[in-house]
Design a protein around this ligand. Structure first.
Ligand code: PLP
Length: 495
């Protein structure tokens, strides 16, 4: 079936002319034109299949038939706004409530993650009557003006930090101020938030809220140390503020063991506001804020109606309900545990083998693999990570990077990702990092060794040498073209 209206080059030209250039494409140097998709696979204009490792919005798989049918059936019946009484919105709120702790029992439906976070900000300020917000370094919470202000990832490149915003260190135990060898990084990082609150109080400022993703994704696929959230919540509550958990990327079972990522912090931690979006409608724009009765009552008490034209309409809610059914029927949380666990193990094996892989972290199908120049300095290897992404695309695997230095290869695939997919991607990474199998002769006295060589590094006059059949990481080293008395000859063949 010919789905293309324009030839790829023409589409690209028109897009460059008609669409604001700050709306960037994936692989902007050589974009892929995707015409259709199913499950975890994308198909380009020539019918070429790509494995999708990053579409966390298409949560239960691209174009899932149950979602399409639910949407079509409800669109054929009624597509009204939420001021008309309808069953879907209450059915849906009821189903969501069953996934959350009891105290989070009031819902507001909106159309995007940004709208959800903007509303959370209003709720927090109305309830606490305070203005200031604490956020984590490198965080991103949305594209509205209010959210750019609380997103260091963005405001650092723009007008800078507002006086009512306080930035806490990212609890990153790989790069951060407290690392994996600290006795209690959860407490240590929570103390940094406490200190920020004290400093703000000294300036006469008052904290309305602490905003954080339950697993910071833009920050580099970070897993909070144990006890962090609970202790932060204690300090924030003491200051009269509320804890807002941004679950826009992490919710709906992505972590496998739990429905919400904040639940990884234990049953004794519960946020006051939870925002959700991306995976909620499998691509359809629906998002939501869940909060407590007290916070909702305070918001109502201001006497101003909250009206959102499209939020929670019967079609969006029908889609949301269908998505929850699919997660359960197809045991996608179980799949995230099994496949995510397997993928993480495979990546950990790559970490043993390839010195460029500095860290592998994650839970369920939320995994990051950090590429570093060397393991001692942990210096981010941005260029090498970009090279890996480009090479994987050539292997028809769509993946991208995250983190402050774009050095973390992120895996957030549709939840139907399979064991075979995990093995395919890890094998490709292994081959790319292991080199392009160019055979070189190493002259060491009279001895010749045949090695695997990463051609990119060879070209940069730096050679990563891994003797065949020797997987011990200590055997990997970076050598200039001539060192240790070895003369390294030009490539003599390929395998
Ligand atoms: C953590 C987080 N919060 C909020 C948003 C904003 O969501 P949206 O793009 O749906 O407005 C995003 C989007 O990338 C996000 O990653």
């Amino acid at each position: 079936m010919a789905l293309e209206v324009f030839h790829k080059d023409e589409t690209l030209q028109m897009r460059r002319k008609l669409i604001g250039q700050s709306c960037r494409l994936f692989f902007s140097h050589d974009p892929v034109k995707i015409m259709r998709a199913r499950g975890q696979y994308l198909y380009d204009e020539n019918g070429m299949q790509y494995l999708d490792c990053i579409s966390n919005v298409q949560h239960v798989g691209h174009c899932h038939p149950s979602i399409t049918q639910a949407a079509a059936a409800q669109m054929d019946l009624l597509y009204s706004n939420t001021r008309f009484l309808h069953d879907n919105i209450v059915l849906y709120a009821n189903r969501l409530a069953a996934t959350l702790p009891k105290k989070l029992c009031v819902f507001y439906f909106v159309n995007s993650g940004s709208e959800a976070n903007d509303l959370a900000l209003r709720l927090a300020r109305q309830y606490t009557r305070h203005q200031d917000v604490i956020v984590l370094d490198y965080a991103y919470h949305g594209h509205l003006t209010s959210l750019i202000d609380i997103s260091p990832y963005k405001f650092r490149k723009l007008e800078g930090q507002k006086e009512w915003v306080h930035v806490a260190p990212l609890p990153d135990t790989y790069h951060g101020i407290y690392r994996e060898d600290h006795l209690d990084p959860g407490q240590a990082y929570a103390d940094t938030v406490k200190s920020l609150i004290e400093e703000a109080h000294k300036k006469g400022r008052k904290i309305s809220s602490f905003f954080a993703e339950s697993l910071p994704s833009v920050g580099g696929q970070i897993i909070f140390p144990t006890g962090y959230c609970k202790r932060v919540a204690e300090s924030v509550h003491e200051a009269g503020g509320v804890y807002v958990a941004d679950e826009i990327q992490t919710g709906f079972g992505r972590v496998g063991s739990h429905f919400w990522a904040f639940q990884l912090q234990g049953e004794d931690f519960c946020p006051d506001i939870v925002t959700m979006g991306k995976p909620m409608g499998n691509g359809h724009p629906i998002a939501c804020v869940a909060t407590t009765e007290e916070i909702a009552d305070a918001f109502t008490a201001n006497g101003v109606e909250y009206f959102n034209t499209f939020g929670g309409n019967p079609v969006s809610c029908a889609i949301g309900l269908a998505l929850l059914d699919v997660i359960e029927k197809e045991d996608l949380r179980g799949n995230a545990v099994r496949v995510g666990g397997h993928l993480k193990q495979l990546l950990l094996q790559l970490q043993i083998k390839h010195p460029l892989v500095g860290d592998v972290r994650g839970v369920g199908l939320f995994i990051g693999m950090e590429i570093v120049k060397d393991r001692v300095s942990r210096k981010p290897a941005t260029e090498e990570a970009a090279h890996l992404v480009r090479r994987l695309k050539e292997e028809r695997i769509v993946i991208s990077t995250d983190g402050p230095w774009d050095s973390v290869i992120k895996f957030k695939p549709p939840m139907c990702f399979s064991i075979e997919d995990a093995e395919r991607v890890s094998t490709c990474i292994d081959q790319i990092l292991g080199g392009t199998h160019i055979l070189v002769a190493l002259e060491s006295g009279a001895v010749f060794l045949v090695c695997r060589v990463d051609y990119e590094f060879w070209r940069k006059q730096e050679l990563r040498v891994i003797p065949y059949g020797y997987n011990n990481l200590h055997s990997c080293c970076q050598l200039p073209r001539q060192s240790h008395g070895l003369h390294i000859s030009s490539p003599v063949g390929t395998k």
